[in-house]
Design a protein around this ligand. Structure first.
Ligand code: CTP
Ligand code: CA
Length: 223
């Protein structure tokens, strides 16, 4: 029931989390997406809820479970997620962007199923999607606590540092896809947390729940 909710160090705080992998429609039967399971984002939303926060979760398609007291807004595409995040951001004092957002979408949606007959190959023009974390940083940077994620296959720290600066975020949680214990669908993660104030903390392999709490610890401390 709505009357029973956890009380903790995040009571009185409003946390907005994004999770899942956006889907970018090509025609009525096909879409572009990525391998993100949503586990990390749901771990953050659930951990924040257990610590007393008012949690809104903007969820791209995934199969994870969130506590009943979490407000879930389901979205499909990056553009949908952008709209939902902007609509819900004003109320939040902490925003955590764990979703794997497609950088590009099919430039034109085909109303009818694309047929293969007579074609040896096809070209698929893509258009760029809005960068949600960038828009949040531009609008709310320095006013709300904003954390992004960053997945790389090379030059992890260098790329993470660039994203932290460029997107005006307070924290970037960087993970190297090629690390043992990190990656898609795993219950553990190996991350390095970079902060605006210049700290770089390499955390050991931990459960995604523990990573979630480690990130929330840092956000609440910085608030
Ligand atoms: N992000 C976003 N909107 C996008 C793309 C990314 O909000 N259209 C956010 C992600 O949710 C993540 C952070 O930006 O928190 C970094 O995402 P990542 O894909 O690692 O970086 P990009 O800036 O998209 O750069 P690239 O994919 O080229 O490395
Ligand atoms: Ca990207």
């Amino acid at each position: 029931s709505a009357a029973l909710r956890p009380v903790g160090d995040l009571s009185g705080h409003s946390v907005l989390v994004t999770a899942g992998a956006t889907q970018e429609a090509l025609d009525p039967v096909r879409f572009l997406t990525n391998h993100s399971s949503g586990k990390m984002g749901y771990a953050i939303a659930n951990a924040a809820y257990l610590r007393g926060a008012d949690v809104t979760l903007i969820a791209a398609p995934n199969t994870q479970k969130a506590f009943e007291g979490i407000k879930i807004v389901n979205v499909i595409s990056a553009q949908d997620m952008f709209d939902a995040v902007m609509e819900n951001a004003e109320n939040a004092d902490m925003i955590i962007k764990a979703a794997a957002v497609a950088d590009f979408r099919p430039a034109e949606y085909q109303d009818q199923k694309i047929k293969k007959a007579g074609k040896d190959s096809i070209c698929l023009p893509l258009a760029s999607n809005p960068d949600i974390l960038q828009a949040l940083g531009d609008r709310f940077g320095g006013k709300k606590m904003i954390a992004g994620f960053c997945m790389e296959t090379e030059n992890l720290l260098e790329n993470a540092q660039k994203k932290l600066k460029k997107k005006n975020a307070d924290f970037i949680v960087a993970n190297n896809l090629t690390n043992a214990g990190a990656g898609f669908g795993t219950d553990t993660n190996v991350v390095t947390i970079l902060s605006k104030d210049g700290k770089t903390e390499a955390l050991p392999c931990m459960s995604k729940d523990a990573v979630a709490n480690a990130l929330l610890d840092r956000l609440i401390r910085a608030l």
